[in-house]
Structure formats: structure tokens, C-alpha cells
Design a protein around this ligand. Structure first.
Ligand code: CA
Length: 226
């Protein structure tokens, strides 16, 4: 694995949490760069092009939401949010920032390592199905091999989890899937969180891919593509 693929940036002002994450992530073979405030985090992300960013929300200067917004303006690097259980989680889910995942504090460092590995695994193309392209109507293509969604031939930048959700829906075209089914398939059965997460990601897909996307809300159930 190239150096950059093993580099993570941890933006966290609580030194105890940052050091604990550092310890476990290094132990798992990652190179960890720490930032104790948002601006420093943005610098490290710009300079080192990490494979993933772990991002606290309550930071001394700009908060994690703003950091994510600025990162997203120029990069699709996966972002794993570290949130407190208070209002932060609601705000996170409401902001449609394209976060790839989140964990709520207090968390176990082992869980974080597992999440990081899972996100990075999803980001890797699978060579076994070299021509895995699904067409959605005339305008859209979902290319699983290149992990690319295209609208009229133009690639549309999606966050990791947004792409996974779209790919799963496209493999099940015409079938209404419940939020829970989508969580189990896309986020994994071990994932603990709120099914509003699915709604947030669907909103992002609609926003990024446009009104022509044949993604229907099936009331009382969930969503259906095509
Ligand atoms: Ca904090």
C-alpha cells in the first residue's frame, strides 16, 4: 500500500482521545497525523492527502462541520465524524455534509479501527467484476469498478457511502427497500445508528445527481430506484 493510502489525519482537541486513537491506529499499521484544531487539520489534509479523516465536531477554532464543508469543497476523502451524544448528532445528520460515517463518544478505539478499515475497504475497486456498470434510464450510469456515478457521461463526485448506497439500489432496481434493509446492506449489520442516516444520504444523492434520477420514496417503506 502506498504511503498516502495508510495516512490518516485525526482532528481532535482532546489530547487523551487523540493519543488513544493514535495508539490504536498506529498499532493497526496506519500513519497518524494529529491536529488539535480545525485550521491545522485543514493544512494537514491539504499537505498530506490522507486516505481518511477522523474529525471531532467541538474544536477550539472552526468546528468540525465547517472543517468538513471546506474539505468537501475540494476533496472526496472519507470523513469519519466523532460526535458527542448531545445535539451534535442531530446537527450532523441534518447538515448533509457527506460524512462517510460517524461514531458517538464514548467509543471504543477498537470500534474506530474497524470502522476505518471498513471505509477504506469500500473505497477499493474490485477487480473481479471488471465491467460492472448499471444503466439507470438514459442518463445515468453506476460504474462499480471505477466507483463512479455518471450523468450524461460526466462523473459526479459522491462520498464513499453515497456511492455505496447508489450502487446497492442500482443492483436492486425496481425493488422497494426499507431503511433498515439499506442500513444492513450498505452500512453493515453491525452498524449502530439512526435510520435517518439513510434519508440524509438519499437527499445528498438527489442533490448531486439531479431531478432526473429515478429514485422514488416509497411511503411507509423506504426507497426504490428505477
Ligand atoms: Ca472536542
Amino acid at each position: 500500500m502506498a504511503e498516502t493510502e495508510r495516512t490518516l489525519v485525526v482532528v481532535e482537541d482532546d489530547a487523551n482521545i487523540a493519543d488513544l486513537l493514535d495508539l490504536y491506529l498506529r498499532d493497526a499499521g496506519f500513519r497518524v497525523l494529529q491536529a488539535a484544531h480545525g485550521e491545522r487539520g485543514l493544512q494537514l489534509i491539504e499537505q498530506h492527502r490522507p486516505a481518511l479523516v477522523l474529525l471531532d465536531i467541538g474544536l477550539p477554532d472552526i468546528d468540525g462541520f465547517e472543517v468538513c464543508r471546506r474539505v468537501r469543497a475540494r476533496s472526496n476523502v472519507p470523513v469519519l465524524f466523532l460526535t458527542a451524544r448531545d445535539g451534535e448528532l442531530d446537527r450532523l445528520l441534518g447538515l448533509e455534509l457527506g460524512a462517510d460515517d460517524y461514531v458517538t463518544k464514548p467509543f471504543s478505539p477498537r470500534e474506530i479501527v474497524a470502522r476505518v478499515k471498513a471505509i477504506l475497504r469500500r473505497g477499493q475497486p474490485d477487480d473481479r467484476d471488471a465491467h460492472d456498470i448499471t444503466h439507470l434510464g438514459d442518463d445515468y450510469e453506476v460504474d462499480v469498478t471505477r466507483r463512479e456515478a455518471r450523468y450524461r457521461g460526466q462523473a459526479v463526485a459522491l462520498a464513499t457511502r453515497e456511492f455505496d448506497l447508489l450502487a446497492h439500489l442500482s443492483r436492486n432496481q425496481g425493488i422497494a427497500l426499507s431503511r433498515q434493509q439499506l442500513l444492513d446492506s450498505v452500512w453493515g449489520v453491525d452498524w449502530v445508528g439512526d435510520d435517518r442516516t439513510v434519508d440524509v444520504h438519499v437527499r445528498q444523492l438527489r442533490k448531486k445527481l439531479g431531478d432526473d434520477l429515478p429514485l422514488a420514496t416509497v411511503w411507509g417503506i423506504g426507497y426504490r430506484l428505477g
